[in-house]
Design a protein around this ligand. Structure first.
Ligand SMILES: [Zn+2]
Ligand SMILES: [Zn+2]
Ligand SMILES: [Zn+2]
Ligand SMILES: [Zn+2]
Ligand SMILES: [Zn+2]
Length: 241
């Protein structure tokens, strides 16, 4: 290991220790809650039937077929009850196992709407398992920018640090969120956020910058002017590989 990997290994705080950074970008969700069309393929977003999550079916299907085991990278679940009702889906496979979530690969496009992505804000209209599927611990609810997240405190960790701005040379705080913050309004002043890319947005009044990582579905919130902010988890996974 060279010095850089050693440094990264020691200093990287993993926001989602039970999940790995995806080897390919996760493109099926928008960084802007109100987007109607997929940034990548232009397809209209579909609503998840049970939890009000918006995603692109085309990009999601492609992601599922491209990736070997989706559960290594995403905290995602398929609602068993609805999935079992579907004729299109491979029922044979499900009846023999107690873990229907292992079968997302066999899911037909219609059943994609029964998926729940825990790293993306959702409305728990239907009761969700109260325990973490990654470790079994009781989940807790927290609110960031008015978005509600129901997450496990062991598997999802928030961290915070001060860094020197490359532009102003002043110390500015950064919060590392373990989830995908797709909200489109500023929490401090309630004005609309400005989107500069598929994973970047900012409040022009408060100078709060958000950078999402499409490999980990995490978000860095930077309270000041900064050249750029990269996801340490992804960076570490690239270098330590
Ligand atoms: Zn798409
Ligand atoms: Zn189906
Ligand atoms: Zn957990
Ligand atoms: Zn603001
Ligand atoms: Zn990342």
């Amino acid at each position: 290991m060279d010095l850089l990997s050693e440094y990264l290994g020691r200093n990287s705080f993993d926001p989602t220790p039970k999940l790995k950074s995806s080897p390919i970008p996760i493109t099926f969700v928008s960084f802007n809650l109100v987007d109607d069309k997929c940034f990548y393929c232009g397809e209209g977003y579909s609503y998840g039937f049970l939890y009000d999550q918006k995603f692109c079916k085309k990009c999601l299907s492609r992601y599922i077929s491209d990736i070997t085991d989706i559960h290594t990278y995403l905290d995602v679940y398929l609602d068993e009850g609805f999935y079992m009702e579907c004729d299109e889906c491979d029922k044979q496979e499900i009846s023999g196992t107690k873990e229907p979530q292992k079968n997302i690969k066999n899911c037909c496009t219609n059943c994609l709407k029964f998926l729940l992505f825990k790293q993306i804000p959702y409305n728990p209209y239907f009761s969700v398992n109260k325990n973490c599927e990654l470790c079994g611990k009781l989940l807790y609810k927290f609110v960031i920018d008015k978005s509600e997240f129901i997450l496990c405190s062991d598997c999802y960790r928030i961290s915070f640090e001060w860094i020197e701005s490359t532009l102003t040379k002043k110390l500015i705080p950064i919060i590392y969120l373990p989830c995908w913050d797709n909200y489109n309004y500023c929490e401090v002043c309630s004005s609309k956020l400005k989107f500069t890319s598929d994973c970047q947005k900012y409040c022009m009044y408060c100078h709060i910058f958000y950078t999402g990582c499409r490999y980990c579905l995490t978000t860095n919130v930077i309270f000041g002017l900064m050249n750029q902010s990269q996801c340490k988890k992804y960076l570490t996974s690239k270098i330590l590989k």
